[in-house]
Design a protein around this ligand. Structure first.
Ligand code: AMP
Length: 437
């Protein structure tokens, strides 16, 4: 299968060849014809599946079929975080090289005036985070009367981050006749509710999760005491000569402290999280990509949407509070068929979190103790013979990776346990510094 056989124009196919893509990814195989047909689409797809091109390419084709009448935007792409917005915008620019559509991106945390100027000049595709988009609308800087296509990207994250009210307000302002595309990694009741109100007889698109069963990702657990984690991480970075490792912490505070400790230990490191200015985050990511910084320390929400090609190594310095985040985290490695390794430094107090993750991914992760770092506190870490299903948490009642489109599960499974992180521009929830590294 080639991109041209999916019905994409020669200009768009050329743009994909420029990127070095020879074959469409599974999500692209399904999503591109569906979007080109003009129907609404509901897609279960995570970062790393090629979903961005999956909606961007056909969207550009539809827009380039006729010229813009007014100032636009004609396509609106909403994303949960600034990073993801910036990346989607970059992708739109790459793929629209040979078509006449114009794109812009708006997000919070930076000056609003330059964004107003951009909007005034006219554009076809607007990539936006919901909060800033509403601010711009309230200041009469943007109108929605020409919107033909709406994309909600990473809709689950948008809800988790408290954007539902902004999203509903925006939806109410859009022309009734339009094409709607909803992309989400997971399908909670809340997402299904949103989808029901939004989508008209949607084409459902689903691909195998880039989850832990991805054979390209080797996963292991290193039992270690909390107090020894930094030293162990330094050792691992050195012994394995890792040049590019993404390390996850649970909190912003923890990310800062770990970064400082690594730097003191002579390992170049930078932190990326919601308390950093946009400039600082962009710089940290650029330094990391350029190989000037060996370790990038990130919190879950800040890491969302980071597109780093061929990242060989991901480390969970602390396990996430929400098991699904583990899957998102390790999905940062082993991309596009590359081999990747995800390892987790797990202390005794994280035994329950580990058990929750292993239940979700339906496998036991191999344990590996490192000489000199054997934990003093013995952990409930050895794989249990059999988990007690009655004690399983039911945050994703449908089980598995939560991506099924099957019948609606009973019980609520919204974004609990996440509000507190308060990153990006979510409008609810104060930072909850429950654990610090
Ligand atoms: P996404 O899931 O949209 O974040 O994309 C993940 C990565 O896959 C990005 O770095 C894309 O540039 C890359 N990518 C997207 N489509 C393809 C393709 N058909 N072949 C190879 N790489 C791709």
């Amino acid at each position: 299968m080639s991109f041209s056989s999916l019905g994409l124009s020669e200009q768009l196919v050329r743009a994909t060849s420029d990127q070095g893509y020879d074959t469409p990814s599974p999500i692209q195989l399904q999503a591109i014809p569906a979007v080109l047909s003009g129907k609404d689409v509901m897609a279960a797809a995570q970062t790393g599946t090629g979903k961005t091109a999956g909606f961007t390419l056909p969207l550009l084709q539809r827009l380039s079929e006729k010229p813009r009448a007014g100032k636009g935007p004609r396509a609106l792409i909403l994303t949960p975080t600034r990073e993801l917005a910036a990346q989607v915008h970059d992708s739109v620019n790459l793929y629209s090289r040979y078509v006449p559509t114009k794109a812009a991106v708006v997000f919070g945390g930076v000056k609003i005036n330059p964004q107003m100027m951009k909007l005034r000049k006219g554009l076809d595709v607007l990539v936006a985070t919901p909060g800033r988009l509403m601010d711009l609308y309230q200041q009469n800087a943007v109108r929605f009367n020409e919107v033909e296509i709406l994309v909600l990207d990473e809709a689950d994250r948008m809800l988790d981050m408290g954007f539902i009210r902004d999203i509903r307000k925006i939806l109410a302002l859009l022309p009734a006749k339009r094409q709607n595309l909803l992309f989400s990694a997971t399908f909670s009741n809340e997402i299904r509710g949103l989808a029901e109100g939004l989508l008209d007889n949607p084409v459902q698109v689903e691909v195998a999760a880039r989850n832990t069963s991805a054979e390209t990702i080797k996963q292991s657990v290193y039992p270690v005491d909390q107090s020894q984690k930094t030293a162990l991480l330094s050792k691992l970075v050195r012994d394995n000569s890792w040049d590019q490792v993404l390390v996850f912490t649970r909190t912003k505070h923890g990310a800062n402290r770990l970064t400082q400790k690594l730097e003191r230990d002579g390992i170049t490191a930078a932190a990326i999280h919601g308390n950093k200015s946009q400039g600082a985050r962009t710089r940290a990511l650029a330094d990391f990509k350029a190989g000037e910084v060996r370790v990038l320390v990130a919190t879950d929400i800040a890491a969302r949407g980071l597109d780093i090609k061929q990242l060989p190594q991901v480390v969970n310095f602390e396990l996430p509070n929400v098991p699904e985040d583990y899957v998102h985290r390790i999905g940062r490695t082993g991309r596009a068929g590359e081999k990747g390794h995800a390892l987790s430094l797990v202390s005794a107090d994280e035994g329950k979190l580990l058990a929750g993750i292993e239940r979700l991914i339906k496998k036991q992760l191999p344990r590996k103790e490192i000489e000199g770092f054997e934990p003093k506190n013995n952990l409930p870490l050895k794989p249990k013979a059999k988990a007690d299903p009655s004690k399983a948490r039911s945050r994703r009642p449908q089980g598995g990776n939560g991506k099924s489109f099957g019948p609606k599960p009973a019980g609520r499974s919204g974004g609990r346990g996440r509000q507190g992180q308060g990153e990006g521009q979510g409008r609810g929830g104060r930072p909850a510094q429950r654990h610090s590294a």
